[in-house]
Design a protein around this ligand. Sequence first.
Ligand code: PGA
Length: 253
Amino acid sequence: MAKPILVANWKNHPSSIYEAKEILRGLTRKKLLFKKLFTFIAPPTLYIEAVANGSKSFATLASQDIPTTPKGTYTGEISIDMLKSFGTRLAIVGHSERRALGEMSEVVSKKVLIALKSGISPLICVGEKERDADGEYFEFLRDEIKLALQNVGKSAIASVLIAYEPVWAIGKSAKEALPPQELAQSVLFIRKVLTDLYGRALADKVSILYGGSVEPENAGLLMRESGVRGFLVGHASLKPKSFEQIALSMITK
Ligand code: PGA
């Protein structure tokens, strides 16, 4: 069995580089634990060098987004080559907080392609805004997945990861997160959509992660009972102790 995947999404936190280094020091104390998983940290771009240096003994650098400007001169932009030069191997694409800022599915699918072409694995975020009793949100999920993958052929799909993040479950507490049985249903559904698109063997190569209020209290159960291969963790990834407990519960049977 491959190692579980744990991705820290720091979003636009912490507010200073001093605090960022403090978090890194806390995580480094448990580096042997984090090395038992595929651990990634997606920091704010300004902290990328500090995080690349401070986490290289136990984690790989991830990006929270993919720049779309082609080669050229663009004030205020960063380039994909810069991300790569720091060792970025994974990029969150289509996070609901970016979609809420106006990012459309065409842009998401473009970013997926740019990431793949640059040798960075896209972690595509999908998830419904709300749930309805008739299960119509499954249709929404199917469309989001299909649109994001519209340019991805069979030869590239194994490099893609999907993060299922129901928007209503993000930034809450473990009590309000998705129960494992419901997560298991969504994971099966996503696997089915991928199978319809790429066939069973290739679909099985796509790691499906869960994100949305993963905390020490619910991580173990979600990992054991839902079929996910890992987590995309927001607020709990900024607290070394919580992140460590999540990591531990992912490898404890
Ligand atoms: P959360 O965020 O863990 O704070 O819910 C997850 C995410 O938005 O990726």
